[in-house]
Design a protein around this ligand. Structure first.
Ligand SMILES: Nc1ncnc2c1ncn2[C@@H]1O[C@H](COP(=O)(O)OP(=O)(O)OP(=O)(O)O)[C@@H](O)[C@H]1O
Ligand SMILES: [Mg+2]
Length: 230
């Protein structure tokens, strides 16, 4: 593993939330190393800190202590504007609850990251066509999120996360709201697109059938992250 390119490294990351007098340690000295092209699954019970950790790795939030490196760049030390551009160029995020903008159509939602991306030679039209076709969204592009089924909303969120061809994709329970058949289908689509682009995928899931497909599994327990030996 050491010979391969490490795309994500978290070093002893701590995240605490303070509410009134109580301090919740949501992530407690978590460490992870992920190499380019890997599919890593993170499992763990509800409230164990999975989403918090994923958001930290994806640069959506900052830890209280520890460092996170993406492609060797310490994102914990980046000023907000630099981090925002960096995220737009290299990282994609699929949220636990889609986070689609309700007033935007499916297509407008999918294209949001292109406005934050700084890749002058990257023309996304071909990639957009392929994504829409693979995700079966051709006849839903001009619908609002409220006019889409849960599975279709999830597909839009996936297209939005992948539109910039990010090197690393963070997915928080991307199949959590879907039935078995839809969950399997969405996973196949993610893996198919991952294979096309050669992406790294870090996915939180409670679905063991999906986690078993990963190259490696980690388990989060009360904020601590442990590799699962298989
Ligand atoms: N913004 C916040 N303010 C205060 N506490 C928070 C906040 N976000 C998360 N927490 C707390 O941090 C802990 C971890 O939450 P987190 O959402 O990361 O868990 P999770 O493993 O993703 O759970 P689930 O499987 O239910 O999605 C929980 O105790 C939660 O209540
Ligand atoms: Mg969560």
């Amino acid at each position: 593993m050491e010979n391969n390119r490490i795309i994500l490294e978290a070093q002893s990351v701590i995240k605490q939330y303070t509410q009134y007098d109580a301090v919740v340690t949501a992530v407690n000295r978590a460490c992870i190393k992920v190499v380019e092209g890997e599919f890593v699954a993170i499992i763990g019970s509800s409230g164990s800190g999975k989403s918090t950790f994923l958001h930290l790795c994806a640069g959506m939030d900052r830890p209280n202590a520890g460092s996170i490196y993406i492609r060797g760049n310490n994102i914990t030390a980046m000023p907000a504007d630099v981090l925002s551009r960096f995220r737009g160029n290299y990282m994609g995020m699929i949220f636990q609850n889609h986070n689609l903008i309700p007033q935007f159509t499916a297509l407008e939602n999918i294209l949001i990251p292109t406005t934050m991306c700084n890749k002058p030679d990257f023309s996304y039209e071909e990639h957009l066509k392929r994504l829409i076709k693979t995700l079966g969204l051709e006849d839903r592009l001009h619908h609002l999120p409220s006019e889409l089924s849960g599975g279709q909303q999830q597909r839009v969120a996936i297209a939005r996360a992948l539109i910039n061809m990010p090197q690393v994709v963070f997915a928080d329970e991307p199949t959590g709201n879907l039935d078995r058949a839809n969950a399997d289908e969405v996973l196949e689509l993610l893996l198919e697109i991952k294979a096309q682009i050669g992406q790294t995928l870090v996915m939180v899931t409670h679905d063991m059938k999906i986690a078993e497909r990963a190259d490696r599994i980690y388990r989060m327990d009360n904020g601590e992250l442990f590799p699962v030996i298989r």
